[in-house]
Every structure is written in C-alpha cells, then in structure tokens.
Design a protein around this ligand. Structure first.
Ligand SMILES: Cc1ncc(COP(=O)(O)O)c(C=O)c1O
Length: 539
C-alpha cells in the first residue's frame, strides 16, 4: 500500500473506533473477523441466511459490504419469489433472453445514450436502429441533412406515446395560435383534446393527468372492440390536437381500423381547414402488423399518420425497457421535443423525457434485429398466430352441460389482430363461476391468465369508473391469453389441459352455486390427485 492509502485507512479506522473502550474495540474487531470469514464462506454457512438483510426485510443500506457472490445470491433469492414469467399470459413483455443477448445487454448498461460525444458509436447505432424501425413502418425518406429518420428510443411505449403527444400538442398550439390570432400566453390557456378509444392503455391516462389534454372518447361495442371510424367524424374540432389509433388494444388485441380513420381525418381536415394528425399506438402491433400478409395499410403509407410508437420489449423481442417512436417529419413535429446540449464535450440531441439512460434496450433490440432478420420475425409471428388460433378453437369448442357454448370469443378472431385470445364465460349461462374464478383456478397450476372488468377511469368525467363498451355494463368481465413467442404449442397444450381440468371440475360441481365452494373443492381435488404429472411441480 502507498503511504497515502495507509494514511487513508488509518483515518477511517480511527474514526470507526473513536471513543470505544478496549472491550468495545475487541467486540467490534471480532465482528470484523467474523465478517471477513463470512465473505469467503459458503452463503448458507454465513449468518446472512438467518439475519434480515437490506433486500429481505430491513430496508436500509448495510454498514459494511459483502462479497459479490453473496450479494448476487440475495438477489437471486428475490427473483425466485416472483411468479414464473413464461407462464404469465397476461403480459406482453418478452421474458426470454439468449445468453449472448444478456451479454449484449450488459454491454449497454455502461453506455449513457444521452452523451453522444462520449458514445458516438452507440449514438450512431441508435440512429441506425431508429432508421430500421422507420423503414419497417414505411416512413417517407427524411429530407434534411442528418440523413436519419426522426424518432427516438424510449423506455417503452408509454414514454413514446407521451413524446408523440407533446410533439403533436406543440404543433397544434402553433397552428391554433395563428388561426385565432392569439398571443403565446393566450394560447397556453387553451386545452386541446385528443380522440381515442376507451380501450386505451394506462399510458394515455398519464397523458390526461400530466399534460393538460382533454380526452374525447370513442366507445366501441363489445363484439368488435375497435373504433367505428364514423364515430370520429363529428368529434374532430379545431381543438383536436390528434387522433389516436390503437394497433392492438391490450384487452383483446383488436386493431382500430386506422386505414378508415385516416380517410375520415383527411376529409375533415380538407372540409374544415384543420391539420389534425393520427398517432398510431402500435405498442404491440408495431412488430406484428408488418409481418401479417394481407393486412390493410396501417403505417406511414397513410397520409394522416404523423407518428407511430411501439414497445420494442413486447413483440419487438427486446428486453424490458425498450420503446420506439418515429415521426413522419422532424420539422414542425419532432423538433418540438428535441433539446440540444453542448456541455458534454460536443453537441448532443436529447428527445426523451429522461436525459441519462442506458443503451441496454437499444443493444438488445439491435441484437434481435440481427439475430432474427425479417424472415425470423415473420416465422415467429406466424407461430404465435397459429398457437393462438389452436387455443381459440379449443376454447370455442367447450360446451356447458346444457350444450350451450361455454365461452364467448371477444378478440379479433377471423380478422387480423394480435396473437391474443380474449374471451368470457358466456353471460347467457347461469353458472356460479366467473372469468375471475377461472383466473384463480388456473393459477393453481402456476399459469397466470388475467381477468378484468370492462371498465375504465373516465377522465372526461372526473375519473369516475365507467363501462368502456357502449353495450355492456362496467361490471361485465373478460379474460385474455397473450401468445408471446415463448408460449409454444407444447406449453399451450398444457394450459389448455389445465383449463380443461378446471372446467371438468366446474361441471361436476355445477349444482353448487357458490364459486368459492367450487374453487375450494377444486383445490382439494387437485391435491388428492397424485397420478397426473404436473410439469410445474416436476420443476
Ligand atoms: C396499446 C398500448 N399502449 C401503450 C402501452 C404501454 O406500453 P409500455 O408498457 O411499453 O410502456 C401498452 C402496454 O401494454 C399498450 O398495450
């Protein structure tokens, strides 16, 4: 050790042992020795397994550190207590990562994408990846000198939608100010509206709450959970800053018909001298629709589409924390959200809500583009849609004891949509169980299948809970299975057989009208059933 270091350690030790008498000093030294022994010991032979730690219980940064292996072990233990991500069919987020992909993610961890001067190569990768996404969505060539498309990587669709909203809002504001001859202060007091289906995802709730925008809701009907394009015609007025089309709402995976919405927006703009644009929230569909043959034009080929966003971490197959937003043009649109910084040793542009951020998602997305290629994505999407339809048909085939269909299918079904099967227990049947009962019963096998009410918080009406369909009460419910790429046919067969087991049991107990009684007896029957191999318990 250099003299400086010795000095530093002495100062530290002096401070640590200051004021202690000999007995206390010895006690503390003994604890130090034990800790040193512990740091080399097998994790389960240390005191850590019988003490509360900062991860498990006492929520405080420990006074002294521990070895890397032991710190890791504590976090591994935390993840062990999570549910099984691959069996979570209620989420759209990719949870399967190859070894090399994880290594690439770690490379990205140390890169701060806000700092284009220090990480020019990663910044170039970001620009190139944005270009690849823009081309996938048929964005017209960028005109300006950068040679790159206008867009941004984000942490997910939420940030991407919020950025799009801000760009549209600024664009609308300039237009409205000029149209009405207002000052900047006057126009700042005018609250714009945004037209969107009530099947919007929570990210738009954030938009209404954070950014002073009024929602102008369109209510779909249940058997076609998508906007009826004619419903938007009369809603558009000169305070409409944008219309949102959802390419795959999260409840049913159904696509809003953006191709027809586009026509109506263009007509209204033409008739009334407006400049309303369409944002496509393609959180899930952004990496499914480009690979579906025969789907109508849904992207920048439609003239009114000014921006599109998607989650790279959903069907883009990147890791959690990846999103994309692409703008048709930089001028008068994305330029409104761009911030230039010159204090990091060069000029960098930031067009995200956060400034510093890791390149993890970018690196994994780029890896996935390289690894899968267009043909890989196409095959993957075909697989997902195939498994979805196998599952859907087996659900459709179920009959209740009176011969009536047990389920009503509520997803896009024969139309094109996301690889999602959503359904509900046939409301015409007089049964004692609900969609939620099925969720809980299937959960006994570690499968997570999300059930939910057909309700939303109505921000046009003080946030009261309302029905999101025009033809169903808010108390109605449904459930869905999202067919991520890891949900193979073999796994799907297991899920189907679990549902089968549950339904068979429900049928047997059909006389009992109480759902809890059914669930309880189902649990007991399952525990007593030693013969059938359950792959969850076999793990
Ligand atoms: C239509 C839609 N928009 C936005 C989001 C938010 O996406 P993220 O979780 O990537 O922020 C979702 C998430 O499911 C979604 O389905």
């Amino acid at each position: 050790m250099t003299n400086d270091k010795v000095e530093c350690v002495n100062t530290y030790l002096d401070a640590e042992y200051a004021g202690l008498d000999d007995k206390e000093t010895i006690a503390r030294l003994k604890r130090h020795v034990l800790r040193l022994q512990d740091s080399e010991a097998h994790y389960y032979a240390t005191k850590m397994t019988s003490n509360k730690t900062c991860c498990g219980g006492h929520g405080r940064i420990p006074v002294h550190g521990i070895s890397a292996a032991q710190a890791k072990e504590q976090l591994v233990q935390i993840t062990e207590l999570d549910n099984r991500p691959r069996l979570n069919t209620s989420s759209y987020v990719n949870v399967v990562l190859e070894k090399e992909e994880k290594e690439v993610a770690v490379l990205g961890l140390a890169v701060n994408l806000a700092d284009g001067s220090v990480y020019p190569s990663s910044t170039e990768l970001s620009d190139n990846t944005i270009d690849a996404v823009a081309k996938l969505w048929n964005c017209p060539k960028p005109e300006e000198s950068t040679g790159h498309f206008a867009g941004s990587g984000t942490v997910g669709s939420t940030e991407a939608c919020l950025l799009a909203l801000l760009a549209h809002k600024k664009r609308w504001r300039l237009w409205y100010q000029e149209r009405h001859g207002l000052t900047e202060d006057q126009v700042a007091g005018v609250i714009p509206n945004l037209i969107i289906s009530t099947t919007f995802q929570a990210c738009w709730e954030k938009a209404f709450r954070y950014f002073d925008v009024k929602p102008n809701f369109v209510y779909p009907v249940l058997n076609k959970l998508a906007i009826n394009p004619e419903d938007i015609r009369d809603k558009i007025n000169d305070k409409t800053m944008m219309v949102v089309g959802i390419m795959g709402n999260h409840y049913s995976g159904t696509y809003d018909p953006v191709w027809d919405m586009d026509k109506i927006i263009l007509e209204v703009n033409e008739q009334k001298g407006f400049q309303v644009g369409l944002h496509v929230d393609a959180a899930s569909g952004g990496f499914i629709a480009p690979f579906q043959d025969g789907l109508q034009e849904w992207d920048f080929r439609l003239k009114s589409v000014l921006s599109i966003s998607a989650s790279g971490h959903k069907f883009g197959e990147s890791s959690c924390g990846t999103g994309w937003v692409i703008f048709r043009e930089r001028k008068d649109l994305s330029e409104h959200i761009e911030v230039e910084v010159t204090y990091l040793g060069g000029t960098s542009f930031s067009s995200t809500l956060n400034f510093s951020r890791p390149a993890t998602g970018l690196y994994v997305q780029a890896y996935k583009f390289l690894r899968l290629g267009m043909s890989g994505y196409k095959q993957k999407v075909a697989n997902q849609l195939h498994v979805t339809s196998v599952f859907r048909e087996s659900m459709r085939a179920y009959k209740w004891i009176n011969g009536e269909p047990l389920f009503q299918i509520l997803d896009a079904d024969k139309d094109m949509g996301l690889p999602v099967c959503s359904l509900r227990v046939n409301p015409k049947l007089d049964v004692a169980f609900t969609d939620f009962t099925i969720q809980h019963a299937v959960g006994e096998f570690h499968w997570y299948v999300g059930a939910y009410h057909l309700s939303f918080e109505d921000f046009g009406n003080g946030g009261v809970e309302s029905a999101f369909c025009s033809d169903e009460p808010k108390s109605a419910s449904m459930f869905r299975v999202v067919f991520k790429s890891n949900l193979t046919l073999a796994l799907c067969e297991d899920l189907t057989s679990r549902i089968d087991e549950v339904i068979t049991h429900f049928k047997e107990g059909a006389e009992s009208k109480k759902a809890e009684v059914i669930i309880q007896s189902f649990k007991e029957a399952k525990q007593n059933k030693a013969t059938k191999t359950n792959f969850h318990s076999a793990c």
